[in-house]
Design a protein around this ligand. Structure first.
Ligand code: 5GP
Ligand code: ZN
Length: 114
């Protein structure tokens, strides 16, 4: 989608520290990390957020969760745990309108979120 920063990262037009990608998903390091490990997992296809996803996107969700599992293993997060977050829309605090899952780890997280 024109003007979408994550579409540009997915296409290679904008550079990012990519840690994993395949035909369906890209995993890259967040520009403003909130934990020792902070990566974003996105579909290459532009979908705004979970609210706008559909039944037909479920195979893509499988790819996303497969990538999440891979990156948590590659980054050695599985032993101590980690957090996966998808901010959705205004109330969710979403700032980039291309579906993404934050994977955060490497330190204890507090709860509840702000
Ligand atoms: P949201 O607030 O929408 O859940 O998260 C958006 C995330 O994208 C933020 O954590 C922000 O730091 C990250 N981000 C925004 N623009 C860029 C960018 O151009 N490159 C990278 N690597 N991360 C970005
Ligand atoms: Zn996009």
């Amino acid at each position: 989608m024109a003007g979408c920063i994550f579409c540009k990262i997915a296409s290679g037009e904008v550079s990012a520290k990519i840690v994993h990608q395949n035909d369906h998903v890209v995993v890259f390091r967040d520009l403003n990390p909130q934990a020792p490990v902070h990566v974003l997992v996105i579909p290459k296809k532009h979908i705004e957020n979970l609210s706008s996803s559909e039944e037909t996107d479920l195979s893509m969700m499988r790819e996303i969760f497969s990538a999440i599992l891979k990156v948590t293993k590659d980054e050695k997060l599985s032993a101590d745990g980690f957090r996966v977050v998808a901010n959705d829309g205004k109330n969710g605090g979403q700032t980039v309108n291309h579906l993404h899952f934050h994977v955060l780890g490497g330190r204890p997280m507090s709860w509840p979120p702000g």
